[in-house]
Design a binder for this molecule. Structure first.
Ligand SMILES: [Zn+2]
Length: 254
């Protein structure tokens, strides 16, 4: 029997990678709610900013309407004064007609201003409601941050440990095998290796434990006989023999 170095060293690296993937997923789960709360808060902030913008726009329109109205009202006053200085009936009734037309315009403008004021009031009320919602969303986020802080730090610590372990594990793998492993690991994080699946006493039914594609006897003999890597022709994973359970169940050790 040749001495096997490559596969045991690779398996050690593979187990570290699996643990790393688990730790990263754990961290992801812990922070998921937090990230969704952050997104919710950002959405509320954007809505509030839009409302502030709308409010400023309406207020500017109100100011413009009020100015125009006061100019018209002043003009009407002037015409009333002019009315007393008219010399003919024709002149008098012409000014009266104009006064009445301008008064109608002023009434129209006042209605428009009232509408704008109602709109401004509506925006202000919506902003008050949204501000309350924002306060409660901020509180929720703060609670999530506090409750997950410890778990987050534990996962980060574990990830750092595993990353150091990974460097050590990778150093023990022969260079060429490591190159192949890293290529597969990039595509299949934590899944670069797969056990050969078979039932004891039934060596006709052998499959890759990663993609379940059937393997032939030749593959098996090569994996067993040489200290080199053998990859599944279908999924590309590096194959290895897990310990036979001896119970006739499928070998699932990974
Ligand atoms: Zn496969």
């Amino acid at each position: 029997m040749p001495e096997f170095v490559t596969i045991p060293a690779l398996l050690n690296l593979h187990h570290t990678d699996r643990a790393l993937r688990e730790a990263r997923e754990g961290l992801e789960n812990v922070t998921r709610d937090q990230r969704s709360a952050e997104a919710n808060l950002a959405k509320l902030d954007a809505e509030l900013a839009q409302m502030e913008h709308d409010l400023r726009e309406v207020q500017a329109k109100i100011a413009a309407e009020e100015l125009e109205t006061s100019v018209k009202v002043e003009h009407i006053e002037k015409m009333r004064t002019a009315l007393n200085e008219t010399k003919t009936n024709k002149e008098y009734s012409a000014i009266l007609v104009q006064i009445s037309a301008e008064k109608a315009l002023v009434a129209e403008m006042e209605t428009k201003t009232e509408g704008l004021m109602a709109k401004s009031q509506g925006i202000k009320e919506a902003m008050t409601a949204l501000t309350a919602k924002r306060a409660s969303a901020t509180e929720t986020l703060e609670q999530l941050r506090q409750s997950s802080a410890e778990k987050v730090s534990q996962f980060n610590q574990r990830i750092t440990e595993l990353q150091n372990m990974r460097v050590e594990a990778a150093e023990k793998v022969p260079a060429e095998a490591l190159k192949q492993y890293e290529r597969i690991a990039q595509r299949l994080p934590g899944e670069a290796m797969a056990p050969v699946e078979y039932e004891e006493g039934d060596l006709e039914n052998i499959a890759c434990g990663g993609c379940f594609m059937g393997l032939n006897r030749e593959d098996i003999n090569l994996i067993r006989g040489r200290d080199e890597i053998r990859r599944c022709r279908s999924c590309g994973r590096i194959l290895y023999f897990a310990q036979v359970t001896g119970t006739g169940e499928k070998s699932t050790a990974k």
